[in-house]
Design a protein around this ligand. Structure first.
Ligand code: FE
Ligand code: FE
Ligand code: ZN
Length: 299
């Protein structure tokens, strides 16, 4: 079975979703992730303006599966905001995001669970679960999963531990609508030994949450050592995780059918994804990759 590998791509300008698919194809990707607008704000175009039909036709003609298209909610959304009006705004916005995700034929939307403003993590877990339940109630009969992302634990981010994710998941009324996005940089930064013991980490995850919950991976190297709680992504093979550890994750037998998404950083404004995907498919590290991208940038 060929691996499913792609990157986050942009959705903007006139081409919108069609442009996202074209961008993914330009990287030779067979999976992709999009934000429905800028990730740091909640300004969104109307569904009719997203060029969904043309995007879908292009996907079909190129053999891309809708199972391998992932939407990511903007990261400023915080279902654990202590201000009830802001929580309600987050619920309303996410409900619309779930509808957009479905209109785009995608089957899952990644969500950063939230941040425990003030530090009360238990209260945050309760608000997040309540919010997710309301989003699901607002979108009945829409078969889109909300994929809670494993977080690095920067500041008061909730979802740093598998136990915390499990606590949220246990409170969700419709278990078919919730899954997990497993980010290699975040779990490493949260303290898990992804580099030398991914199998052990997955065994632990399986005992706590259940490995079948994982519906997408974010494959990122990390600029910081294990446990740093920083959340700074590095190019594939160039960070503290390294090439072999990340290849082990990408080709892990338990997750062959699960899409893998790169969120590695641009190098001097050059997207690294075509080259990184090539390295991953060849399973061969190019230690000059970043230098090549820099040279390309300076042409
Ligand atoms: Fe994320
Ligand atoms: Fe991520
Ligand atoms: Zn991150």
């Amino acid at each position: 079975m060929p691996i499913k590998i792609g990157s986050h791509v942009s959705m903007s300008g006139d081409l919108m979703y069609l442009g996202s698919i074209e961008e993914a194809l330009s990287y030779d990707a067979n999976a992709l992730m999009v934000y429905t607008g800028a990730p740091q704000n909640t300004i969104r175009k109307k569904v009719e303006e997203l060029k969904i039909h043309a995007a879908v036709e292009l996907m079909k003609s190129k053999g891309l599966s809708f199972d391998d298209v992932i939407v990511h909610a903007p990261y400023i959304i915080n279902l654990a905001n202590p201000d009830p009006e802001k929580r309600q705004f987050a619920i309303n916005f996410l409900s619309e995001e779930v509808k957009r995700t479905h209109a785009m034929h995608a089957k899952q939307i990644v969500l950063h669970p939230g941040s425990a403003v003030g530090g009360d993590r238990l209260q945050a877990v309760l608000w997040i679960a309540e919010g997710v339940n309301k989003v699901i109630d607002n979108t009945p009969n829409i078969p889109v999963k909300i994929a809670l992302e494993t977080m690095a634990g920067k500041g008061n981010e909730v979802g740093k531990t598998f136990e915390e994710l499990k606590a949220i998941i246990d409170l969700i009324h419709d278990q078919n609508r919730v899954s997990v996005c497993f980010d290699t940089c975040h779990t490493h930064d949260a303290g898990y030994d992804i580099k030398d013991d991914f199998d052990g980490v997955i065994k632990h995850f399986d005992e706590v949450v259940g490995k079948d919950r994982i519906s997408v991976f974010h494959i990122n190297d990390s600029k910081n050592p294990q446990g740093a709680a920083k959340d700074r992504h590095e190019n594939f093979g160039f960070g503290y995780l390294g090439f072999d550890a990340l290849i082990h994750v990408v080709y892990h037998k338990d997750f062959l059918n699960i899409p893998k998404i790169l969120e590695t950083p641009y190098v001097e404004e050059q997207p690294p994804y075509k080259e990184e995907i090539m390295m991953i498919r060849a399973k061969t590290f190019d230690p000059m990759l970043v230098d090549h991208l820099k040279a390309k940038a300076n042409l």
